[in-house]
Design a protein around this ligand. Structure first.
Ligand SMILES: Cc1cc2nc3c(=O)[nH]c(=O)nc-3n(C[C@H](O)[C@H](O)[C@H](O)COP(=O)(O)O)c2cc1C
Ligand code: SF4
Length: 400
């Protein structure tokens, strides 16, 4: 089933493997992709996954979490066009979707503007006024139009991992205006902006999808029942998923957690192997109630079965086993790989052509996350000497 094409909106993804968005912090000082970024995406294009997400692109310079984050605004449009052109020249079949984001509270204090969607009691964090939130909605819309103009197949409207749009969704968002308090108010930004984006890109085949963290694992986080609650309660995430479909989005990408606070929820590893099952469960809960395609996350830890899951048969612990099983049983429609896409950008091609023994499996060692947290250029520190060297420099700087 991994090799089967699937319809997403009015387009066709050639197979069921997804390269999840992976920020690599290697843009130039304006936010343009550098040769380093272009080379990464050329490799992914060669890899031939059904969907290739271009990592979180900041919609303004002042809303970035990484110093060298790729940006999507007028000044970067031409270089983004080049990026898509180069990818499509290598592979015209994979769908290329750009993830667009505003980092909110996670914007870097020393090079960006830290803003919050709701008051948190910290005096130095600016809480956005209603008009400022409206303007952010306009900036998302402008970014979506640019993505269309530069030739992307669509955009992913980022609502996961604790960034600005995710903040707004939380029960902890007790703003007193139309963007806070009731569930209806907390989803208003998404609903209004998604509609604006849809009318701005016009009646075309350009895709609009969303990536959500269905359970954040913090008090008052999304997926909890109230501002003081933390126990998982999926009523709001499921209601939001229904809205995503009703508004006319083309797919939903299921993630969870906040990397800066609850990383083990986002990225299953040997510290919490069963986290993969939670990801499967979240995807299945959504899949049961929606008819648009559902992309699942958290697959990198599985590898060829060399992991700490408790099934005695290594084959039944592997990526291949779980991907085929989840697709066959309707747990999800596509399987997303984050770290595995860094470890081996040709993963899809190798798996689909039966060259499994050639795969460089991600060891879920956490090296790439250390690079990201350290504001260094990001890549796989196991299989790529260039990034191995950067990690050593980072560790030396930090005295590790
Ligand atoms: C270095 C790094 C960068 C990431 N960048 C993004 C990003 O730009 N957008 C996003 O939605 N998720 C991002 N993620 C999360 C991944 O897409 C993915 O959800 C996570 O790694 C879990 O999937 P995996 O187990 O397949 O790695 C990033 C993760 C890592 C480790
Ligand atoms: S650095 Fe480690 S976790 Fe990151 S992609 Fe490479 S092997 Fe996987």
């Amino acid at each position: 089933m991994l090799a089967e094409p699937i319809q997403i909106g009015k387009k066709i993804a050639p197979n069921r493997i997804v390269n999840q968005p992976m920020e690599c912090n290697d843009a130039d000082e304006i936010g343009n992709p550098t040769e380093q970024s272009l080379a990464r995406y050329r490799k992914l294009a060669e890899g031939g996954a059904g969907i290739i997400f271009v990592e979180a692109l900041t919609i303004t310079r002042e809303s970035r979490a990484r110093k060298n984050q790729l940006g999507i605004y007028e000044k970067t449009a031409r270089s983004l066009e080049k990026l898509i052109r180069e990818m499509k020249a290598i592979n015209s079949e994979s769908l290329i979707l750009m993830q667009i984001t505003h980092s909110g509270r996670q914007s870097g204090a020393s090079f960006s503007r830290v803003v919050s969607a709701y008051p948190t009691g910290e005096a130095d964090v600016h809480v956005l006024a209603t008009g400022e939130i409206d303007e952010i909605g306009n900036e998302f819309t402008r970014a979506a139009v640019i993505a269309k103009e530069v030739g992307a197949d669509g955009i992913d409207f980022k609502h996961c991992h604790g960034y600005f749009c995710a903040e707004l969704l939380r029960p902890a968002n007790t703003r007193k205006d139309r963007f806070g308090g009731s569930f209806e108010n907390r989803i208003r930004f998404f609903a209004e902006t998604a509609s604006k984006i849809k009318s701005a890109v016009g009646k075309s085949s350009f895709l609009l999808g969303v990536r959500f963290s269905f359970y954040e694992g913090i008090i008052g986080g999304f997926g909890a029942a109230g501002p003081e609650e933390v126990i998982e309660d999926l009523s709001e995430p499921l209601a939001l998923a229904r809205l995503v479909e009703k508004i006319g989005c083309d797919y939903i990408n299921v993630s969870a957690g906040i990397p800066a606070i609850t990383p083990e929820i986002v990225r299953p590893s040997k510290n919490y192997p069963e986290g993969v099952y939670r990801h499967f469960g979240w995807a299945r809960a959504i899949k049961k109630i929606l008819s648009i395609p559902v992309i699942g996350s958290g697959y990198s830890y599985l590898k060829e079965g060399n992991n700490d899951l408790k099934d005695a048969d290594p084959k039944k612990r592997s990526f291949k086993h779980w991907a085929e099983k989840n697709l066959a049983e309707g747990t999800c429609d596509m399987v997303g790989l984050g770290r595995q896409s860094l470890a081996d950008p040709l993963f899809a091609k190798k798996i689909l052509s039966g060259r499994i023994s050639e795969v460089n499996y991600c060891l879920t060692c956490g090296g790439c996350s250390i690079l990201l947290r350290s504001q260094a250029q990001v890549g796989c520190v196991v299989y790529d000497e260039y990034y191995k060297k950067i990690l050593k420099e980072v560790q030396k700087r930090k005295g590790i």
